[in-house]
Ligand binder design. Structure first.
Ligand SMILES: [Zn+2]
Length: 375
């Protein structure tokens, strides 16, 4: 029932529409025109637009009414993101000679992350429609700005999207593999403010912010804090002539944990350590925290996992639930009360110039989504 040539052609068409994060307009218009021509209701999510004012599109949401014996079943959400990383403009896709992969020309990424997910959803809808298969109502969500903090998924308008169970098509591997857990993620931006003074004439009048920072770092638990928690300082900036006691040192760091209480505890440890060093030297601390991911970890009793595992069993697929420390839109959907997991899209080497679509996995992943929505 899956039309291989059509699915691959759609994928190739999508990757040729530039859509680096915040520039999703082209893909949004393409999908809107495609689904409106088929007679479906299409919405552009203004809540996501308002939350990302620099973006030139909002999430695109398509409502597909249920059919046949499943028409009154609970809604299922299928989700993929429209944006790509850089270098992602002017993608020239081609199929390798052995017919196994789609690749870029090597000067850009391919954009299988996540246009493979979008193309999967389009093929699923086409197969359902052509064969008049029974299925529950579907909500198709095509999100903006996943790659820059899951902005679309976090700011999804749940006034439009009513479903409570979702499959995000944005993972690696083949059928059977699902991402079922993800971390809390805190971004920290801060400053140590000491006191400037002449380093040769009046060093005792100054407070060296870099010395305070060094003191704090040497007392801080960093990198792998425990089996669930990590912390990293990515940037410390202090740039003065050597004859000035440096007044300000700026820093940026992150904390991730699969367990929210541990993330909170580590956040407190980091802030307390910085504050203690600032107090010790008479400096001041400015400390700003923003949370860009919210931890989730579905156990086997969750309906979405039960549905997925049952499908795997029926079709002899080996189920593997993976907990990941990176972000996917599942984090945003979960934050909005939607029970979701992330399934494979069919791509490999995401964010690299050698990124490619594994054609057989892409097709097998379409099949597993068809099973999920028709059985
Ligand atoms: Zn992705």
């Amino acid at each position: 029932m899956i039309n291989k040539d059509r699915a691959i052609a759609k994928f190739m068409e999508l990757v040729q529409i530039d859509s680096v994060s915040l520039n999703e307009r082209g893909v949004a218009d393409n999908l809107t025109a495609y689904f409106e021509a088929l007679g479906y209701e299409v919405f552009e999510d203004q809540k996501s637009r308002a939350a990302a004012p620099q973006a030139n599109a909002g999430n695109i949401i398509v409502k597909i009414p249920g059919v046949g014996t499943k028409a009154q079943d609970d809604i299922i959400i299928l989700e993929a993101h429209m944006d790509t990383v850089e270098p992602g403009n002017g993608v020239k896709p081609s199929i390798t000679e052995d017919g196994l992969y789609v690749v870029s020309d090597g000067t850009t990424i391919l954009g299988a992350d996540d246009k493979a997910g979008i193309a999967q959803i389009l093929e699923v809808e086409a197969v359902l429609r052509e064969n008049n298969l029974d299925h529950p109502p579907l909500e198709l969500v095509f999100a903006i700005s996943e790659e820059i903090g899951l902005l679309g998924a976090f700011n999804l308008d749940t006034g439009i999207v009513k479903g409570k169970m979702g499959f995000v098509l944005d993972g690696g591997g083949g059928p059977g593999t699902a991402i079922i857990g993800g971390p809390d993620y805190y971004d920290i931006v801060g400053k140590i403010i000491g006191k400037a003074s002449h380093a040769g004439v009046a060093p005792d009048q100054g407070i060296s912010s870099i010395q305070v920072m060094a003191d704090a770092i040497s007392n801080m638990k960093l990198l792998k804090v425990d089996e669930d928690t990590t912390t990293n300082i990515g940037r410390v900036i202090c740039d003065y002539p050597t004859n000035v006691v440096p007044e300000v040192t700026r820093f940026e760091m992150e904390i991730r944990s699969l367990v929210p209480e541990k993330a909170q505890k580590q956040l407190k440890h980091v802030q307390d350590t910085l504050q203690a060093s600032a107090d010790k030297f008479g400096a001041r601390l400015e400390f700003e925290v923003s949370q860009s991911l919210h931890a989730y970890h579905h156990d086997d009793s969750t309906p979405v996992i039960q549905r997925y595992k049952a499908m795997c069993e029926r079709h002899g697929l080996e189920y593997e639930g993976i907990v990941m420390r990176g972000g996917t839109d599942v984090s945003g959907l979960t934050f909005n009360g939607i029970d979701a997991i992330c399934l494979a899209a069919g791509g490999e080497y995401a964010h690299e110039l050698r990124e490619r679509l594994i054609i057989d996995e892409f097709l097998a992943n379409i099949q597993q989504v068809l099973w999920l929505v028709t059985e």
